[in-house]
Design a binder for this molecule. Structure first.
Ligand code: MV4
Length: 453
């Protein structure tokens, strides 16, 4: 039985978890930094403990302080949200050794999927398609060039400990490849304390399509369909939607089966995401698994009607999934726009500060997940996402129209936000036609005068 949960996060996801717990009758403990006293999740949780200074390395990253708070308040479980300690296998282990349930996969699954090269090899053995490349890490320039010639250019070099696009380099010939190989190694060493890299054929302008997984502790693994996350800038997603306008029902079936096989190969438990890149011809390739709940999970919730945070908690409590794969029904279309405190017309410079008037949209098919309100001050210490606007409709056209309507109602005064950019994208024929690949946003920005957003 889980009676009380510590929420080891901040912002909208902390509030999202408080809300799920309330509905389940579970008590909540918020932990917060000195910069987050005003946050709605601190106000709405049953209890709150300040765990340190504003910087996340002094608070939300401090496993020792979080576990101390958990012991003091006598919680049964910790929900890590996304980011911070959510994919830290040592933290998951520490929770287990203190007899606190970590609401997420076993430490061993986190560790295995955290090594992107081991993850690839694990799912390959289970029959999941991967991008052609090196078998495991590459340890010398000579080996790099040899394997590079075999797979052919362009080639992408990725850090074994990377993920989410961090520490990737692209090379187009032997000369640049040798150079990029050394740069990638030293960057990986600096960023992750692990200089190990692997290489893959570089798939140009793919779509980024991921499958939501739920797996219980009794061995049942389900997928809940896909999210198309192709609209992104420097690996920060801006818009996500489900279903993907690119997938045929045949491709969706094959990718869904592959996603389930990938999770089974990792002996996965709880909510997770299998990331694929999909080329123009419909070839799909596993690239990595995210062993956490993701920012864009509401898109799947709106289409399937399944509350993913509640499912995470039930799974952690040892309950069996109540559904079979065939019971999952997909209704209509959902789209999410990330609302960031940034100025898109000034190269997305962060725009922290105090919100004056705040008015959030509502009405049929509109959902706002945000921890902010009129008079709230956005601290400069964390990432700039201040909320998510999600629209659901019977089909893609209706969801896009509803999203545009909701964006037009959304008032956030006093700071710059991505709202005007979203309105411009939702008016763009290429986006409306469902043609966006991962190259889309940059191309859109280069042909659109900034005064239009
Ligand atoms: C790739 C790729 C093309 N070819 N791998 C980006 C995030 C990380 N999860 C893996 N990513 C990619 N891996 C191969 N072999 C393209 C991406 C990619 C991407 C690359 C450059 C610019 C934007 C991108 C957006 C999504 C995915």
């Amino acid at each position: 039985m889980i009676q009380k949960i510590l929420i080891a996060n901040r912002g909208e996801i902390a509030l999202r978890i408080v809300r799920a717990c309330r509905e389940l009758g579970i008590k909540t403990l918020a932990v917060y930094s000195e910069a987050d006293v005003q946050s709605l999740h601190v106000q709405l949780a049953d209890e709150a403990i300040c765990i340190g200074g504003p910087k996340s390395t002094d608070s939300y990253m401090r496993a020792d302080r979080i576990i101390s708070a958990a012991e003091i308040a006598d919680v049964d479980a910790i929900h890590p949200g996304y980011g911070f300690l959510s994919e830290n296998s040592k933290f998951a282990e520490q929770c287990a050794s203190c007899n606190i349930k970590f609401i997420g996969p076993k430490a061993e699954s986190i560790r295995m999927m955290g090594d992107k090269s081991v993850a690839k090899e694990t799912v390959r053995k289970a029959g999941v398609p991967i991008v052609p490349g090196s078998d495991g890490p590459i340890d010398s320039e000579a080996e790099a060039v040899k394997v590079g010639r075999k797979i052919g250019y362009p080639i992408i070099i990725k850090a074994v400990a990377g993920g989410g696009g961090r520490g990737m380099r692209i090379a187009h010939n032997d000369v640049s490849f040798a150079k990029e190989y050394h740069i990638a190694r030293s960057e990986a060493e600096k960023s992750f304390g692990n200089g190990s890299v692997y290489i893959e054929k570089y798939i140009q302008n793919p779509r980024h399509i991921e499958f939501q997984i739920l797996a219980d502790s009794h061995g049942k693994v389900l997928h809940l369909g896909e999210r198309d996350c192709s609209v992104q800038r420097r690996h920060q997603k801006l818009i996500e939607e489900s279903p993907s306008p690119f997938l045929t029902s045949d491709l969706r079936k094959r990718m869904g089966k592959a996603a389930v096989r990938a999770a089974e190969a990792a002996q996965y438990e709880n909510a997770g995401t299998i990331e694929f890149i999909v080329d123009a011809r419909g070839g799909f390739y596993f690239i990595e698994m995210n062993t956490r709940i993701q920012v864009e999970h509401p898109v799947t919730e709106e289409v399937t009607g399944i509350d993913l945070i509640k499912e995470q908690i039930r799974i952690a409590a040892g309950e069996k999934l109540g559904l079979d794969q065939n019971d999952i029904e997909y209704r209509g279309h959902a789209i999410e726009c990330r609302i960031n405190a940034e100025d898109p017309a000034r190269n997305f410079t962060p725009s922290p500060g105090t919100i004056g008037l705040y008015y959030a949209p509502g009405g049929h098919g509109v959902r706002v997940d945000s921890h902010v309100y009129s008079g709230y001050t956005i601290p400069p210490y964390y990432d700039s996402m201040i909320g998510k606007l999600i629209a659901h409709g019977d089909n893609r056209k209706m969801a896009l129209e509803r999203m545009y309507r909701a964006l037009s109602e959304y008032l956030i005064r006093g700071i710059k936000t991505t709202i005007p950019l979203h309105k411009a994208i939702l008016s763009d024929p290429a986006f409306i036609a469902g043609k966006a690949t991962t190259a889309y946003l940059e191309e859109f920005l280069s042909r659109t005068p900034p005064d239009l957003f």
